[in-house]
Design a binder for this molecule. Structure first.
Ligand code: FAD
Ligand code: NA7
Length: 454
């Protein structure tokens, strides 16, 4: 019997799963995979849109990326072993290229592995997934947005690859409803030029706050304040950026902070993270919220076993991919896709439910030990290598040393870390140097970038 698999989402994780199924197909191990994607083309967050709120179909806009976004980590950390950046572009390029360059690389990888856009049901949004314990079958309800028709299809397996950096987490702050400037979430930040000459408050102290602060600085904001709840980022910020403790209340344009200080702002951007949001899943099969490394309810952070009270397990036939906090991205997604495809095809066996549940609980508890970047990097490296070992993938995926150097470069100078170089595990070459420093580079296009790569 052919195994029918429903894949929800064609971002980097979903596409990695399609690559994985194609690799198995080449070995004669075929599954019938149906991928539904609500956007016009694969690419997930990497498909930039100018829209905010809802799209032309009234669906929530998925993209949280923005104009002028350059990779916030070295490309050497996400490079595919069987298709290097040099293979794709025909030359050695710098470490932190802009969004379009990374999307182009991904598209090249998908093409190499025979995944065509026509294989994906784009402009199809998944509305509902249900699991029948008696028949062990999933029913998936989908809307074809272009033709405005609803479909219903049955599957033996479901893989959720719908991402988790799209639906904003928006906490309330006392007085924000009467703030006399603009209040928004990072999800709707699209273009730093809008804030040139303005005084901006960012709330949050993680990747979004860090990068939006840098974008605002680059495009000439008058002053940027970053308000942290738990820990400062504590980079050596330039004069116009500084960090303060938590925002406590807002009066007019004045924002007050926990240390008793206050200042006036033109805009507040909440960089307060995202929600794991799966409106199409039944609540008993929904992954709980939390941007963490080792996920609850998922064996290998992938295969669903409902270990919290009231959660069902769908007999190990439900998978979530790409749902953890991320140091590793594209290569981790590939290992996840291969692992899931191998499990579905019974090429690798997972232990019984009881052992899986014990392992999930042990791994979940180990999140508490991840108290600094090095430990987080080491833990995710071990995870990626574990998946690779289980599927027999023998390539040098460990890029922990590159991540350490990257962290050191950020600590050394947050304005120039994107101009640094790293050595590829696969080509052995050090990344090229871009002739224009990131701070002065205002062309984020693929063509403009490649023209300048010598
Ligand atoms: P996504 O990219 O979110 O893709 C999920 C897909 O599922 C989307 O195409 C969406 O349309 C689709 N979908 C959702 N719901 C449905 C539904 N109901 N029906 C059908 N389809 C659906 N990573 C890096 O490696 N380097 C970076 O520089 C970097 N920068 C980032 C900057 C920002 C601002 C953000 C938010 C993330 C960044 N990331 C970066 C991390 C990013 O999470 C990954 O690179 C990657 O996009 C995750 O892929 P994914 O497929 O898991 O999720
Ligand atoms: P993250 O990494 O999940 O970080 C969320 C931040 O928001 C974090 O600093 C939180 O502080 C802060 N936060 C959350 N709730 C609040 C409240 N109520 N008040 C103040 N601060 C709060 O999300 P990002 O958007 O930065 O990054 C997500 C991805 O986008 C990332 O992988 C990048 O690739 C780009 P805490 O430290 O928990 O106190």
């Amino acid at each position: 019997m052919v195994r029918r698999v429903c894949l929800i989402g064609a971002g980097p994780s979903g596409m990695a799963a399609l690559v994985a199924f194609n690799r198995l197909k080449e070995r004669g191990e075929e599954c019938e995979v149906t991928c539904f994607e609500k956007q016009e083309q694969p690419g997930g967050l990497w498909n930039l849109t100018w829209r905010t709120g809802t799209d032309e179909f009234g669906e929530p806009v998925h993209c949280s990326q923005y104009r002028d976004l350059f990779s916030n980590g070295p490309k050497e950390c996400l490079e595919f072993p069987d298709y290097t950046f040099e293979d794709h572009f025909g030359k050695n390029i710098p470490a932190c290229p802009p969004r379009e360059v990374l999307l182009d690389y991904l598209q090249g990888y998908w093409k190499l592995h025979g995944v065509k856009n026509e294989d994906i049901h784009t402009r199809h949004v998944v509305r509902n997934v249900s699991f029948d314990e008696a028949t062990q079958i999933f029913t998936v309800k989908v809307t074809n947005l272009l033709e405005k028709i609803d479909l219903e299809q049955q599957f033996d397996y479901v893989i959720v690859a719908s991402g988790h950096f799209s639906v904003p987490h928006i906490p309330h702050f006392d007085g924000i409803e009467k703030f006399e400037g603009r209040a928004m979430h990072a999800h709707d930040f699209k273009n730093a030029r809008e804030f040139t000459g303005k005084k901006i408050l960012l709330v949050g102290s993680s990747y979004s706050a860090e990068d939006i602060a840098l974008q605002l600085y680059k495009f000439g904001a008058e002053r940027v304040t970053i308000s942290y709840r738990t820990n400062k980022m504590d980079f050596k910020w330039p004069d116009k950026i500084h960090e303060v403790p938590l925002l406590t209340k807002i009066e007019g344009r004045t924002c007050h902070f926990k240390d008793g200080t206050s200042a006036e702002y033109d805009a507040i951007i909440l960089c307060t993270g995202y929600q794991h949001h799966f409106p199409f899943m039944p609540s008993e099969l929904t992954l709980p919220n939390g941007n963490i490394y080792n996920l609850p309810n998922l064996y290998r952070s992938l295969q669903w076993y409902g270990v919290t009270e009231g959660k069902k397990d769908a007999a190990g036939k439900l998978f979530y991919v790409g749902m953890q906090d991320q140091f590793y991205t594209f290569t981790m997604f590939l290992m996840q896709g291969l692992w899931v495809a191998n499990v579905i095809k019974d090429i690798i066996q997972t232990p019984g439910r009881e052992e899986c549940v014990q392992d999930i609980e042990k791994m979940f508890a180990s999140n508490a030990d991840l108290s600094d970047y090095h430990k987080e990097i080491d833990a995710q490296t071990a995870y990626v290598l574990q998946l690779a070992a289980e599927i027999g993938y023998n390539e040098r995926l460990d890029v922990s040393k590159i991540f350490y150097k990257w962290e050191d470069d950020k600590a050394e100078n947050i304005l120039t870390y994107r101009d640094q170089t790293y050595t590829s595990n696969f080509t052995g070459k050090e990344s090229a140097v871009f002739p224009i420093p990131w701070l002065k580079c205002f062309d984020d296009s693929l063509s403009g970038y490649l023209k300048n790569c010598v």
